[in-house]
Structure formats: structure tokens, C-alpha cells
Design a protein around this ligand. Structure first.
Ligand code: SF4
Ligand code: SF4
Length: 316
């Protein structure tokens, strides 16, 4: 007779696939001391740049049971947003994840549906919480632990068949589900494409990112005006940067593409710096409301556009 836990895990995977998830993994909340050591080293070495919020709640990151009393199982879910796109040379660039409507609400609805399914098969008394980005869970670590992917030299989780253009979310529950999927081995091998292609040298060694040099950080997280050096570093990137993912063979060979709920905002594909510099508060809202860009606000988006406009002059 089949082990009931195995059947349960299989049914959860089947339902998750129906909801559009590219991969789903199940793990127990064991201590992740190595991940926390690495995290603390990043803070000590100031590689988190000016993201001081990362210095907070480190204990909760180490102990996700603080997020749910009696936590027994973490269900990690990955979903692809990989629309096949090619940037044109000399055009302002927006990262793939920002060319779609905000993923948080889309993933939350899917995870809520998955949780309803769990309750129908595990009982309504199941206590659970959903985490997406905002909750300080070491998302990549749990996803790795559950066997759905492996962090690459570019510091991003690579999911077999889906690559790294994936969003992650978790359902934390207070009941045990046993699933014996082992963690994946290293998927990078001798490849160093991401390290070689990073235009700013932000990947200082395999798996080590210095955020202060990363274009994604500079355009999407840094709150103040750019220094002259930072302004030059962002190149043609209006928001985000995908270089270290574009060159990754796992993305180039990915067979799983963007879930149909992530509709591409075609109007953002060819946006010019002039359009952004002429936006008012209300037209900025009309243009970007619902995308990750709306979060940084008009002032910072204009800062990015001014820098890109200057940088474009040097390559025209
Ligand atoms: S996002 Fe861009 S700048 Fe940041 S590490 Fe990757 S390639 Fe380098
Ligand atoms: S580009 Fe190569 S080294 Fe970098 S994450 Fe992908 S497989 Fe690993």
C-alpha cells in the first residue's frame, strides 16, 4: 500500500501544477545555520549596501516557527514569469519581472487556493500562513531544502526546466507532511557566464553579490540620488537588470515559460526616457500602477531616466 504521506505530497503537486506553479517542494523547518551564517557575513561585510531593513529580524529568518506557532511544514512554490524577450541595443531596459503586473497579489491568490485545497484534504483545523517576499523567511534556502531548485553562482535559485525567472512563495502549516525529495546537487558545474557578464562586477565571487554595485539594487532599492559613479553604472537600465540571468544556460534551455496569469505590459517594452521625464504624478500612476515600478515612485524613476538618458548619449 502506498505511503499516505507520499500520496498527499503527490496530490499537492498535482493541484499546484493545475494552479500554474512550475515547481512545488515540501520541507521540515530544520535549522538552516549555514544560510544564516552566510546572511550574517553579508551584513558584516556591508554587501547589503543601504538596505538597513535587512539587519532586522535576523532571528526570525533563522527560526520561521516564530512566524507560525507549531510550524511543522514549509511548502515552497515557484512560478515562472519567463516571457521570451530580447532587449534591443541602445534602448532603455526594464527587467522582465517589472514588465508584468505586481506578482504578489497573483501568487497570493494562487497560494490561497492551494491552501483551501490543503484544508479539504487535511482538515479545516489546519493553521497556516502565506509568505511572499514581505515575510522574512529565507525563501531560497527553504526552496533548496525542499528539492525544487539550487542557488547558482549568480545568487538566484535555478529551478530545473524553469530556470531562475521564477517568483517564490511559501505556505507554512502546523501539520506534518513527509516528502523525501532530496536537495538538488550544484547545477552550475564549471560555468561562469553570470560572473563574466555582470557589467559592474557586482558578483564579486561565485554566489557573493555586492549590492552596492548591482544595477537591480541601484535602480530599484537605493532611495537617494545617484553619485556620478552610480549614475554611469546603471547603463541603459531604467529598472532592474537581467544580465546574469540572460546568459544562464538554465534560462536559455528552460522549457517552462511564464504562467498565463502574468500578462506582459507591451506598452512598457519600448518606453523612452523622455516619456518618463515628462510624467506627472497622475500619469506615472496611470502608467505604472500595478507593476513593481510603482513602488519606487516618480522621483526615483525620473532619477533613473536622467541617468539612462546621459548614458545613452555615450553609446549613440
Ligand atoms: S543584476 Fe545585473 S548588476 Fe546585478 S549582479 Fe546581475 S548582472 Fe550584475
Ligand atoms: S550562468 Fe552559469 S554559473 Fe551562473 S548561475 Fe547560470 S549556470 Fe550557474
Amino acid at each position: 500500500m502506498a505511503d499516505p504521506s507520499t500520496n498527499l505530497a503527490r496530490n499537492i503537486r498535482k493541484e499546484a501544477a493545475r494552479l500554474g506553479f512550475s515547481a512545488i517542494g515540501i520541507s521540515s523547518p530544520v535549522a538552516q545555520s549555514l544560510a544564516i551564517e552566510r546572511y550574517k557575513a553579508m551584513i558584516d561585510e556591508k554587501r547589503h549596501a543601504e538596505m538597513t531593513y535587512m539587519e532586522l529580524r535576523i532571528d526570525e529568518r533563522a527560526m520561521p516557527d516564530m512566524l507560525l506557532p507549531g510550524l511543522k511544514t514549509i511548502i515552497s512554490a515557484a512560478i515562472s514569469y519567463n516571457h521570451p524577450l530580447h532587449n534591443r541595443f541602445g534602448q532603455p531596459v526594464i527587467s522582465k519581472y517589472a514588465l508584468i503586473d505586481d506578482y504578489h497579489s497573483i501568487i497570493r491568490k494562487k497560494l490561497e487556493e492551494l491552501l483551501r485545497f490543503l484544508k479539504t484534504i487535511m482538515g479545516e483545523d489546519l493553521n497556516a500562513t502565506i509568505a511572499i517576499d514581505s515575510t522574512p523567511v529565507l525563501e531560497k534556502t527553504w526552496a533548496e531544502h525542499s528539492g525544487i531548485g539550487k542557488t547558482g553562482k549568480n545568487t538566484l535559485l535555478n529551478v530545473p526546466s524553469a530556470g531562475s525567472y521564477v517568483f517564490l512563495g511559501e505556505i507554512l502549516i502546523d501539520k506534518e507532511i513527509i516528502d523525501n525529495k532530496p536537495p538538488l546537487p550544484n547545477l552550475c558545474g564549471s560555468c561562469t557566464n553570470c560572473l563574466e557578464s555582470c557589467p559592474t562586477g557586482a558578483l564579486i565571487e561565485p554566489g557573493k553579490l555586492d549590492a552596492s554595485k548591482c544595477i537591480s539594487y541601484l535602480t530599484g532599492e537605493l532611495k537617494r540620488e545617484f553619485s556620478t559613479e552610480e549614475s554611469a553604472m546603471i547603463g541603459t537600465h531604467l529598472f532592474g537588470c537581467d544580465h546574469c540571468q540572460e546568459v544562464c544556460p538554465h534560462n536559455q534551455q528552460a522549457s517552462i515559460r511564464a504562467d498565463s496569469s502574468f500578462t506582459l505590459r507591451n506598452d512598457l517594452l519600448n518606453i523612452s526616457t523622455e516619456t518618463i521625464l515628462n510624467l506627472t504624478k497622475s500619469s506615472f500612476r496611470n502608467f505604472f500602477y500595478g507593476t513593481p515600478i510603482f513602488r519606487i515612485g516618480l522621483k526615483r524613476m525620473k532619477r533613473n531616466a536622467r541617468a539612462v538618458k546621459e548614458n545613452l548619449k555615450t553609446i549613440e
